[in-house]
Design a protein around this ligand. Sequence first.
Ligand SMILES: N[C@@H](CCC(=O)N[C@@H](CS)C(=O)NCC(=O)O)C(=O)O
Length: 233
Amino acid sequence: MIDFYYAPTPNGWKVAIMLEECELAYQTTLLRLSEGDQFKPTFLAISPNAKMPAIVDHEVEGEPVSVFESGAILYYLAEKTGRFMPMDAVGRKETLEWLFWQAANQGPMAGQLSHFVNYAPNGQDYSLKRYRGEYDRNLAVLEQRLEGSEYILDSYSIADMMAFPWAFIAKPLSASLDKFPNVAAWRGRIKERPAVRNAINLYKDQQNRGEQNAQNNSLLYNQTADHLMGVKR
Ligand SMILES: N[C@@H](CCC(=O)N[C@@H](CS)C(=O)NCC(=O)O)C(=O)O
């Protein structure tokens, strides 16, 4: 059994997709991020950056194994199952390149765009312009990578699961895929997979659709070092 620490957001969907694709036995713990579940000492012991997703794998010899950061979780599960990742050295290297690309580029930029579109509507024009530009720039990277290919690597893999969720919600982020036909077709292909539909529907009714925002929730939207330094472990 795998414990899955989750909230219904694009970063959570990445891991939910892999768990569903591999039909792994998992039990979900829903984290109420706006109420600070991510700062509980028991969760910080698993995920020291105080962010979900995270997992604890009990199906191992010896002590259970915890993993945080979506890219690391996907890689761990791909190794565990032998699925959705090429196993040769160059293929693994390419997988890591695209996982790191997402975690360091598309993810943070899309996250900031989402913040200024959805949760800080009185934000500066400059912030919106910068993150819209960066979000689009990353779509352009994906567009070029997908030229002549159906998927980021040779076949559907954890690299696609990693990058799909933030492209899936382009419209609510006030972006458009019109200029990116390869990305639009790729998004359409992935969206139709039953495992992906299951993942996106997981606790869908618990999504924050802007009710919690920078004005009314300083726990989630105005974090400082004190949020972590103050926690007794
Ligand atoms: N790089 C991380 C990002 C995870 C992340 O940003 N999670 C957000 C929700 S989408 C979170 O847990 N936020 C809680 C907080 O900021 O306190 C990953 O890919 O796993």
